[in-house]
Design a protein around this ligand. Structure first.
Ligand code: 0WK
Ligand code: 0WK
Ligand code: BGC
Ligand code: BGC
Length: 893
């Protein structure tokens, strides 16, 4: 006699089974889901159907997975999962291949997640600031990879506009805006540190890269966590939204949106619709709301409420109980292993008294919901792996999926059910799932490293700059000491200039200024009415290539001809004038007007001059034209003297132009090569040759070596070739060509012009670097070289120009720091107050001065340095030296 109770229980059981049956998917259902997913994948890839496709198939601009050559130090942000993390990632390649990471987790309060975009990004930057403080890295301008786990329409690796918020985020004024720009703006607002945001990536992409670093077969990234999503390496020919057919690109599917076009309404239940209506983004992310951690608990809650309403659960149906279900936060599904007791304990915590039956039903509901989620992800994954297999025209394929996400990691059955479903629906694919141990932050850093592969070596941390400063400081000492001078790279050449102008100079002089970008002849009148004034008239003369590469005789004849022409025009042919000769090359001077060229640099290569006294050579050419060469000075010395005329504290002269160099006033007692210990003498350091002994090999890049190989003086002036105007343009050109060849730029297309040495000039770099009009300039300049750069190409080119010129400014700051710290020690003062006179087209043109000043002040904090731009060139200074020489010569002893 079947009791009424048993019948009622059986009826109730049937009702519960009916309810759960709607959440159970048959293999036909799953096959259909797989097929529908495949259709949506294709629609997302095709231009004509992309806009209406529910699976957006967003290009990531990541063209390949890591190949183990990546290295460098990177910052990474990981936003959008359960935790917001800031990381520093150090990647080593080669035999010491390794990745070391350190991260800190920061909360994102709800009011920030759902406040304004500005508040959200200010919060992110505040966390970065805290992290950099904690790591003591506030002054290190590191490249940053930004994992942003939301659908972004990217137009480049570092450009991505938020399509729509998902999960718990709803900050205003963000959708449709570029998240990289918003982060850059926030960093600017805080104005505390600088970062180079090199890449923005989806967490699926970061996860794929993280796992691919260990397993090269990994070409898919899966997140089964708060949200749900997949990315994979698709053939470029299939991605119609991006130009080019060669190679592959990683596509962020955003499969969370699957079904937004109602294509899976047949398997969505009223519980799913409940959850959708109650969500922040109703109608959106339908697939995600059936498969991800943020919603499974809520689906279970909806079912429990429904079963309770129908008297099938928690029959101790007191209004209080009903209310408890109503307002509890979503239940997280208990694991099978959790004994029913534990289920009861959880329900207890929710204020729900339950019977053993209740717990069994609750457990069953949880199991059904999470099983469906895993199966659905499995069906979706089966569509992806089969697509890749067909892309490659294979019958069988092995492939690895990199996975992350709390649901996959913590749920007892999710991963197994997912794998089984994939195996069942894609039998021709042998799919391995690898759990990402390190999160997507590592992947973001790897992507940054891939992008930055050629640039990271150009980013020099303050530690490295400090080290360079010390090395240079040592070379200064070696150059001054007679024992070590012969082998020193920084030759520390005495100039016989013993003081800066003291205001007593006067006279009428001719100044020759040879060796910079322009050959100038000047008439310099220094007079003393009320105060000392200097009048100058100048003329620029050509130095054609055949002259500067010809014989020394021809070169100096050319100088003499120009001088003759100038004196003609100035109507001073018959006047006996003293000449100050700015000769901007390394010379061993024995006195003010006896100067032996050690070696040509920059564009000059005239024969028969190296090792010769250039005053003799010039005098021979001039043949007594009634002028007297009183002094030969290096352009750095001329610049120091010119600035010393206006600022008595000026004791350092620097040129950052075609070439680079520095001089400064050294204590005579330290200059072994010159007699005497009293007073000071200006030393021409010739720092351009720093590193010619291999001392900078650790920071020189393959591009620096290529520049040197192609130069007029291979193996020489290695420092100069890393920083000066003659070479910066060429450095950028070589990097562009390399990145184009690797498919990172210009879709791999390179014109003969861009392949031609010297076609990309430093003046191009400076105009492209300018933030506002730089991108247009990039398009124009590359256009003139026959290239058709895309907008992102221009952004990347601007980025490369910035990195190359940044390095130049930083390196010069390091060597200048070496001189300043020596001056400070010479004076024995705790703080150095001094002025640095500067000239040169690179310093003048480029937005680089600010960077140089900032880095010098960081590297030599115990100094007050005034940077004085020489308005009138080095010739005024040369005239000052000549005036002193003349006074010394004519002084009646
Ligand atoms: C860890 C990854 C992160 C991703 C998260 C997803 O580093 O980028 O967003 O997994 O899992 P969730 O935290 O949402 O469970
Ligand atoms: C202007 C000076 C000249 C120096 C030149 C360097 O008058 O002596 O050689 O600057 O800059 P550049 O012309 O190489 O850019
Ligand atoms: C986002 C995806 C993300 C996924 C996993 C989804 O809500 O739309 O971009 O990859 O969550 O975090
Ligand atoms: C030369 C220096 C000169 C510098 C700046 C270098 O190539 O060796 O003597 O000061 O260029 O013009």
């Amino acid at each position: 006699m079947v009791t009424a109770v048993a019948q009622r229980l059986a009826a109730q059981r049937r009702e519960i089974n009916d309810t759960l049956a709607r959440l159970s998917l048959s293999s036909e259902n799953l096959q259909q889901v797989k097929d529908k997913m495949r259709v949506e994948l294709e629609r997302g890839l095709r231009k004509d159907s992309h806009s209406t496709a529910s699976v957006k198939m967003l290009p990531s601009f990541v063209y390949r997975t890591p190949n183990g050559t990546e290295r460098g130090k990177y910052l990474a942000l990981d936003l959008g999962g359960t935790n917001f993390r800031v990381l520093v990632v150090k990647i080593r390649s080669g035999i010491r291949k390794s990745v070391r990471m350190y991260n800190k987790i920061y909360a994102i309060p709800l009011e920030i997640m759902q406040g304004t975009g500005e508040e959200l990004f200010d919060h992110i930057v505040q966390c970065i600031s805290d992290f950099l403080d904690y790591m003591g890295m506030k002054n290190t301008r590191l490249p940053l990879g930004f994992t942003f786990s939301f659908p972004c329409r990217q137009t480049g690796i570092d450009k991505g506009s938020l399509v729509s918020w998902t999960k718990g985020f709803k900050a205003t004024d963000c959708e449709g805006n570029d998240v990289v720009e918003m982060l850059r703006e926030a960093i600017k607002r805080r104005n505390e540190f600088d970062l180079d945001i090199v890449a923005v990536v989806n967490d699926t992409v970061g996860t794929m890269m993280t796992c691919a670093y260990e397993d090269p077969k990994c070409e898919i990234g899966l997140i089964a966590g708060t949200g749900s999503n997949v990315c994979y390496m698709e053939e470029m020919r299939n991605i119609e939204m991006v130009e080019g057919d060669e190679g592959q690109m990683c596509v962020n599917t955003e499969w969370g949106g699957f079904g937004e076009n109602d294509c899976i309404e047949d398997i969505r239940t009223r519980f799913d619709r409940e959850v959708d209506e109650g969500s922040l983004n109703n109608g959106k992310q339908r697939f995600e709301k059936m498969t991800s951690g943020m919603y499974l608990g809520e689906i279970v809650r909806q079912i429990l409420i429904d079963l309770t309403r129908r008297g099938l659960l928690f029959r101790v149906n007191t209004p209080q109980v009903y209310k408890n279900i109503k307002c509890v936060t979503p239940l997280s599904p208990p694991s099978d292993r959790l004994a029913l007791l534990q289920v009861r304990a959880i329900l207890q915590q929710l204020g729900l008294d339950s019977t053993c039956d209740d717990s069994i039903i609750v457990k069953e509901v949880c199991g059904t919901v999470s099983r469906r989620a895993a199966q659905l992800c499995g069906a979706g994954m089966a569509a992806i792996v089969d697509k890749i297999r067909e892309n490659r025209g294979r019958n069988q394929m092995n492939i690895t999926v990199g996975v992350d996400g709390t649901l996959y990691k913590l749920h007892p059955h999710f991963s197994r059910i997912l794998k089984d479903t994939v195996k069942a629906l894609a039998p021709q694919c042998d799919v391995e799932f690898v759990l990402s141990e390190d999160g997507s932050g590592k992947g973001a850093a790897l992507i940054t490293a891939v992008i930055d592969k050629y640039l990271y070596a150009m980013r020099l941390s303050d530690e490295t700059l400090m080290d360079i400063m010390k090395r240079f400081r040592r070379e200064l000492g070696n150059g001054l000491c007679s024992d070590t001078n012969p082998t020193a790279t920084v030759k520390m050449l005495p100039t016989f200039v013993r003081s800066i102008p003291d205001g007593s100079e006067k006279g009428d002089f001719i100044a020759l200024d040879l060796g910079g970008s322009a050959f100038r002849i000047l008439r310099v009148k220094v007079s003393h009415e009320k105060k000392q004034t200097v009048q100058m008239e100048s003329q620029i003369y050509d130095t054609p290539e055949d002259i500067i590469h010809g014989s020394g005789t021809r070169l100096f004849d050319h100088v003499a001809e120009c001088l003759g022409d100038f004196m003609e025009k100035q109507n001073i042919k018959d006047k006996k004038l003293s000449v100050g000769f700015t000769f901007s090359f390394p010379c061993a001077q024995t006195k003010l007007n006896e100067s032996y060229l050690l070696t040509w640099t920059k564009r000059f290569k005239a024969s028969g001059v190296e090792g010769m006294d250039i005053v003799t050579l010039l005098n021979k050419a001039i043949k007594k034209r009634g002028v007297d060469i009183m002094a030969v000075v290096n352009d750095t010395v001329g610049t120091m003297m010119t600035c010393g005329f206006d600022d008595q504290r000026c004791e350092v002269g620097i040129i950052i132009g075609t070439g680079t160099n520095a001089c400064y006033m050294e204590e005579l007692r330290h200059i072994d090569l010159v007699e005497g210990d009293e007073g000071r003498m200006c030393i021409n350091t010739e720092w351009g040759a720093f590193g010619d002994d291999g001392m900078l090999e650790d920071i020189r890049t393959e591009f620096d070596r290529e520049i040197d190989r192609g130069s007029l003086n291979p193996g020489k002036q290695l420092f100069e070739k890393m920083v000066s105007g003659m070479y910066i343009g060429e450095l950028v050109r070589l990097i562009l060509v390399k990145m184009a060849k690797e498919g990172f730029l210009f879709e791999g297309r390179i014109t003969p012009e861009l392949l031609t040495k010297g076609k990309f000039e430093t003046k191009h770099v400076s105009s492209i670097e300018k933030s506002k009009e730089g991108l247009t300039k990039a398009k124009d300049i590359l256009g003139r070289l026959g290239m058709e750069p895309s907008a992102d190409d221009c952004i990347a080119v601007q980025h490369i120009c910035t990195i190359v010129s940044h390095r130049s400014a930083n390196l010069i700051a390091a060597t200048l720091g070496g001189i300043l710290s020596r001056l400070k020690d010479n004076k024995g003062n705790p703080r150095l107050r001094t002025t640095v006179g500067i000239d040169g087209s690179l310093y003048k043109m480029h937005p680089y001065a600010r960077r140089l000043h900032k880095t010098v002040r960081r590297l030599v904090p115990e100094s007050d340095v005034r940077f004085l731009l020489s308005e009138s060139g080095s010739s005024k200074g040369a005239a000052m030296v000549t005036a002193v020489a003349y006074r010394l010569l004519t002084r009646v002893v």
